[in-house]
Design a protein around this ligand. Structure first.
Ligand code: NAG
Ligand code: NAG
Ligand code: NAG
Ligand code: NAG
Ligand code: NAG
Ligand code: NAG
Ligand code: NAG
Length: 355
């Protein structure tokens, strides 16, 4: 009976031990620094060895005789490793790795030895290169969405708003760079480059996802000093706190630039920019034929980029006067015709009544 309990106890202890000694997962960001934790029972003259267990065991970092021992260090890790020297006596053998590369991924072994005994622990290191910026741009009837330097391999999806049943079986090109990161891009060919449709592209990977969207629209306005024209950036009512906003004219000329509520309006546009709304829309004043062109708004937050492309057509004040006159004439004629018809009708009615 006693031996059975002892057996059970031993089993639990062993069980617990394997749980405790299971691999620790550490996820690191590409090019940043990262700490691989390892601790031991502190003691005098510790020996510390770090290894990477890939196809073969690579020497990552060693420490004994109270100093770093790097003669066997693998070339790949030079000069990117260090220990927390002041913490070693307290049993801290954690490894600091800088400029993390995709090739650093793998299972690491931390071996420590002191007079009190040996210990080893294992770390699984994973590397992520999050989606940084998604670019979206249009050339004629083709919209291209792309991003670079991502790990692990990302996914790209298209959608529209309002939703359409258009099939997005567009091929996605994925290329791997020398650093083993992924570049991704996809082009959507529009059969009907309709205006006021939002085309969105989402690129996602293990750590994050980002979206970029694009919309084209047309706007007509009238020249004249008393007129104001509002060029919409985004239709929803969001307030611009964590966004950056750039308005461009004819793709290159910058009208204004706003980051963290700090707005800069270019010199030549000051007289035309009346205000900017909470959601980034541009209120123009004193527009003439010279301000006719494409207004591009680029709104970006940490997760999203939104581009709206508005083609503004300016009608001359004179033209509208002519238009108004024409309309008045037509309406007048219609009214005249109408009243004429009525007169005839009543006249007929009267005549009939008189009969
Ligand atoms: C080791 O020291 C570093 C630096 O002070 C600290 O960030 C880390 O948490 C310590 N690790 C352990 C296992 O004590
Ligand atoms: C904006 O629209 C014009 C034509 O409507 C097009 O040529 C241009 O590529 C568009 N730009 C962007 C950024 O979508
Ligand atoms: C899908 O699109 C086609 C034209 O592109 C249209 O004829 C059809 O009605 C649409 N179907 C639905 C369910 O919207
Ligand atoms: C990936 O994108 C980067 C940045 O634009 C570029 O320098 C590199 O050549 C691209 N690599 C491949 C394999 O396409
Ligand atoms: C937009 O939101 C602000 C507050 O967030 C509100 O004061 C304003 O009335 C809203 N505008 C519209 C058009 O919904
Ligand atoms: C907008 O302004 C910020 C800071 O003022 C600057 O860093 C950024 O390059 C500007 N963007 C453009 C497109 O000019
Ligand atoms: C706002 O922009 C101006 C000009 O670019 C710059 O001098 C100033 O430091 C900026 N302020 C903030 C809070 O970013």
């Amino acid at each position: 009976m006693i031996s059975l309990s002892l057996c059970l106890l031993l089993f639990f202890v062993l069980c617990l031990k394997t749980v405790v000694r299971g691999d620790t997962d550490v996820s690191c960001v590409f090019m940043e620094s990262c700490m691989l934790p390892c601790s031991f029972q502190g003691g005098a003259n510790p020996v510390i060895h770090w290894f990477l267990l890939n196809r073969k065991e690579l020497h990552v970092h060693s420490y004994y005789h109270n100093q770093d021992q790097l003669s066997l260090q693998d070339q790949h890790f030079k000069p990117r490793t260090s220990l927390f020297k002041d913490q070693i006596s307290r049993g801290n053998a954690s490894l600091q790795l800088t400029g993390v590369k995709v090739q650093d991924q793998g299972r690491y072994r931390c071996f420590t030895s002191t007079v009190t005994g040996d210990k080893e622990s294992f770390i699984n290191l994973k590397v992520d290169a999050p989606v940084n910026k998604v670019d979206i741009h249009q050339v004629e009837n083709s919209i291209t969405c792309s991003s670079e330097g991502i790990y692990p391999e990302p996914e790209l999806t298209w959608s529209t708003n309002p939703p359409s049943n258009m099939t997005f079986n567009t091929p996605t090109r994925v290329q791997q760079t020398e650093q083993q990161l992924y570049n991704i891009s996809s082009s959507l060919i529009l059969s009907d480059p309709g205006t006021d449709v939002v085309y969105s592209c989402t690129i996602s990977t293990r750590r994050n996802k980002r979206r970029a969207a694009l919309k084209n629209s047309e706007l007509f306005s009238v020249s004249g000093s008393s007129r104001e024209t509002s060029v919409l950036c985004i239709s929803s009512n969001i307030s611009l706190t964590d966004f950056s906003l750039v308005w461009r004219f004819n793709h290159h000329q910058i009208i204004l630039n706003q980051t963290n509520g700090n707005r800069t309006v270019s010199e030549e546009w000051r007289q035309h920019v009346k205000s900017v709304s909470e959601s980034g829309s541009l209120m123009l004043q004193d527009v003439t034929k010279k301000q006719e062109g494409t207004y591009t708004c680029e709104l970006s937050s940490a997760e999203e980029t939104y581009i709206s492309n508005t083609s503004l057509k300016i009608l001359k004040g004179g033209q509208t006067t002519v238009l108004v006159i024409i309309i008045s004439v037509v309406v007048g004629l219609m009214l005249a015709a109408g009243s004429g018809a009525l007169l005839v009708y009543y006249k007929n009615k009267e005549d009939k009544n008189q009969l």
